[in-house]
Design a protein around this ligand. Structure first.
Ligand SMILES: [Zn+2]
Length: 309
């Protein structure tokens, strides 16, 4: 059984990566980072995935969020990798959550005339995790061959503008299922949770990014987080970990962790709605194009599994 091969590192999640206690960041830099920056080489591939050259780089020494000089708004998902190239006659529309409110956000719905499963992508509930919501924005441009795809990107619109993980000084990934009469973070969480509950998708993505915590060196890296394997069909979770391990998808191998923290998207949707959910984390020390590539590769893998691609 594949699941017995899984190493579960529960304690690390309490402190690591994007699960860390909330510092209010602007621009994603912290004072404790090294001043002598080094950057990982770009390893984006468009065909057979190569083993990443970054294996030889000390990840702890990489600067967070290397600068980049391209505009994802002017690009397509297929500019980042060998996926999402086939055109299907699905229809794309949008609808609002919290319409007219200060915290209004927009969901993109891509619907195929062919019946099939539905997948819901919550991209960037932490606004400073840019590759997460950039990947989500790129996904709005795809077509699907069956079923329905919902995308909210950036899920934390205000945080994305200022590159802050927070809304009104609160972590929007620790207050789920939220409160429609609460603070900004709680209202945003409640609005997305209600929409996911109503749409009742077959699978939910929770796209994030991870960074090094300098003082204790807990390290999330590129990883997938789940709350319980019981909700996943077949060996979905372990199969995708294996494919990343074997270089079939993603430029970087994926760690796995469980469970999602209390009040998180992942844990709440899994436990309250019983929907297969995993959190994707790409490491912010890698180049932006590399991180977007891996986010899209993982989403593509799952969309293929469910027959949307
Ligand atoms: Zn996060």
């Amino acid at each position: 059984m594949k699941r017995f091969t899984l190493i579960i590192m529960t304690a690390a999640l309490l402190f690591a990566g994007c699960g860390s206690s909330g510092e209010s960041t602007a621009g994603g830099q912290s004072a404790a980072e090294p001043t002598d920056f080094s950057y990982a080489p770009v390893t984006v591939t468009t065909g057979t995935t190569e083993s990443a050259a970054t294996d030889e780089v000390s990840l702890e020494d990489l600067a967070i969020d290397p600068p980049y000089s391209f505009n994802p708004d002017e690009m397509l998902p297929s500019d980042f990798g060998d996926y999402f190239k086939t055109q299907y006659n699905s229809v794309t529309s949008t609808y609002k959550l919290l319409a007219g409110d200060r915290y209004e956000s927009e969901v993109t719905m891509i619907k195929s005339p062919v019946d099939g499963p539905s997948v819901y992508v919550i991209a960037g509930i932490h606004g400073d995790e840019e590759a997460a919501w950039q990947a989500g924005k790129l996904l709005k441009k795809i077509s699907i061959k069956a079923g329905t795809l919902y995308i909210i990107a950036p899920a934390n619109k205000y945080g994305a503008v200022s590159l802050s993980r927070l809304i009104d000084s609160k972590d929007p990934n620790r207050v789920w299922p939220g409160d429609k009469n609460g603070n900004g973070a709680e209202k945003v969480a409640a609005s997305i949770f209600a929409d996911v509950k109503e749409k009742s998708p077959d699978f939910v993505f929770d796209l994030h990014e991870a960074r090094i915590i300098s003082d204790d060196r807990d390290f999330l890296g590129s990883s997938l987080i789940y709350t319980t394997l019981d909700v996943f069909p077949d060996d979905l979770f372990m199969d995708i970990i294996d494919d990343a391990q074997n270089g079939i998808i993603c430029n970087h191998k994926l760690n796995s962790y469980s469970p999602g923290p209390a009040g998180s998207v992942n844990r709440t949707i899994t436990e309250k709605l019983g929907i297969p959910t995993f959190t994707v984390e790409t490491f912010r020390g890698y180049q932006m194009e590399d991180r977007i590539h891996d986010q899209l590769d993982i989403v593509n893998w799952v969309l293929k599994f469910y027959g949307l691609e």
